[in-house]
Design a protein around this ligand. Structure first.
Ligand SMILES: *[C@@H]1O[C@H](CO)[C@@H](O)[C@H](O)[C@H]1NC(C)=O
Ligand SMILES: *[C@@H]1O[C@H](CO)[C@@H](O)[C@H](O)[C@H]1NC(C)=O
Length: 463
């Protein structure tokens, strides 16, 4: 009898608690939707235009802020954004459709109505950025199509959903007339109002390059997605960097990025052997727990002088474009397999960036690896420490040619769902390291409701 009364009381009490939690959470959401503009209003979706223009409205409540990239900038105005490629000094005035074309623009600024819907891509490096933002289907035209590594773009090309530019200028002009913009020019093209120059590969750091996600997003009002994707890659990158450096050996392996420049018409038939120095290679090497090799001079006239310069190197990344076998490598650098005085020969630590290519040797390293900074770091970490980021890790791009690792082919058949946005191929670092992070802070609303629940339970139990 007593027992059943008690149990009825508990049941009543939990119903009572739930009632208050619902009310508290309701008010929480109400207040936050008033205070946090991101919840109450968003940039207009791609397929919508403004009706009833009001010059006082901020039409872009979702914004991006450039954190580390140095080659572009973004300034927001009420109904337009000024997006600048700082390498080419090209300025794009992206104005919301349904609102007036902005006046008093900086000289040479190209007015472009957004959101753009049909885009041409003339440099394959643009592809993963658009795919990561969930904008794959906006790609309607391609230029250098033979080199595309993206499985779903190869598939769309095969099925005719994407038009390929040819060398017939008349046909190309017709095709381009249907595109809103064309991403990928290396130089400013002041007379071509649709040409958007891109400087991703010149932005020095790994995360600088990844941040170009934000540049692309502005054309589609996809800032919120860009913040999400960039934030995730950045967090993962920092976590992987920590993991690698916590586990770094006291004597860090020395890594040299090298290239053989074969005699050709471009160099008066004079070969040279070079250290391929670049900021992003230094970052990748150091963040992976390695020591970056740098030398003066960077270029040598004989392979003997070059080998002398790199004699203490532990690991080499061979960036020579042509010649993918270990035999090619030895021949290019004047080496043989029994020259064990070189540690990279003795320890079989010779890598190339062609671990994933399309069937025509189109390098995924020049496509996905640029946008997926965290996954590139994972590959490099594994080169330096084969136990990391986990012992059964499979490198995506960096292929050990001394160990005859095979090339993975990326073809149309690898496209499983063309409607699914691409995600970085990196594993989640937080799951690999000892402590998980971010689960609570990434869901503030649930966390707050959880606190509310504890509070109500406390109050109900003790009053
Ligand atoms: C280019 O295509 C157009 C339209 O099909 C055709 O009339 C023209 O002859 C072509 N030009 C060349 C150089 O093939
Ligand atoms: C594509 O699929 C084939 C067949 O399943 C597989 O062997 C290959 O590794 C895949 N390519 C990539 C890049 O994952």
């Amino acid at each position: 009898m007593t027992r059943s009364t008690v149990s009825v009381n508990i049941n009543e009490m939990s119903g009572f608690v739930q009632y208050y939690v619902v009310i508290i959470c309701f008010f929480f959401f109400l207040v936050s939707s008033i205070l946090i503009p991101g919840i109450s209003s968003q940039n207009l979706p791609m397929d919508q235009c403004v009706t009833g223009f009001n010059a006082d409205n901020d039409y872009f409540p979702d914004k991006v802020t450039v954190e580390t990239a140095t080659m572009f900038s973004i300034n927001y105005f009420k109904n337009y954004k000024l997006v600048t490629n700082k390498q080419t000094n090209e300025i794009f005035a992206l104005y919301q459709c349904g609102t007036p074309i902005p006046t008093n623009l900086p000289t040479g600024a190209k007015p472009i109505q957004i959101s753009v819907k049909n885009v041409a891509v003339t440099d394959t490096s643009a592809i993963p950025f658009l795919e990561l933002l969930g904008l794959r289907s906006a790609i309607k035209l391609l230029d250098t199509s033979d080199l595309v590594s993206s499985p779903c773009i190869q598939s769309a090309k095969n099925s005719g959903t994407i038009t390929i530019l040819t060398n017939n200028q008349t046909l190309n002009d017709m095709a381009l007339a249907g595109a809103d913009v064309s991403f990928g020019a290396f130089e400013a093209k002041p007379t071509d109002q649709k040409s958007i120059s891109i400087a991703t590969a010149s932005d020095p750091g790994i995360l600088n390059r990844v941040e170009w996600l934000k540049f692309y997003s502005t054309f589609f009002n996809a800032e919120s997605k860009a913040n999400e994707v960039y934030g995730k890659i950045k967090t993962n990158y920092e976590c992987l960097k920590n993991l690698a450096n916590k586990n770094a050996k006291s004597e860090k392996p020395i890594v040299a990025w090298i290239i053989f420049d074969a005699p050709s018409d471009f160099n008066q038939n004079t070969p040279s052997w070079k250290i391929a120095d670049a900021v992003f290679k230094k970052q990748l090497t150091e963040d992976a727990g390695g020591s970056y090799f740098n030398a003066t001079p960077l270029s040598y006239a004989t392979s003997a002088d070059f080998l002398k310069a790199i004699q203490n190197v532990d690991i080499v990344i061979d960036e020579t474009f042509i010649g993918s076998s270990i035999a090619d490598f030895y021949s290019h650098f004047g080496l043989t397999a029994d020259q064990q005085q070189y540690k990279f020969v003795k320890n079989q630590a010779i890598y190339r960036e062609d671990g994933t290519t399309n069937p025509n040797d189109g390098r995924d390293w020049l496509e996905n690896a640029i946008a997926m900074g965290d996954a590139s770091l994972e590959d490099m970490i594994n080169v330096i420490n084969p136990q990391l980021p986990k012992s059964d890790y499979n490198r995506i791009w960096l292929r050990n040619i001394a160990k005859n690792e095979p090339i993975k082919i990326s073809s149309a058949t690898n496209c499983t769902n063309p409607d699914q946005p691409l995600t970085s191929k990196a594993g989640e670092c937080a799951a690999l390291s000892a402590k998980g992070t971010g689960a609570i802070s990434s869901t503030p609303t649930f966390f707050s409701c959880f606190i509310a629940f504890i509070f109500v339970t406390f109050v109900t139990l003790f009053i």
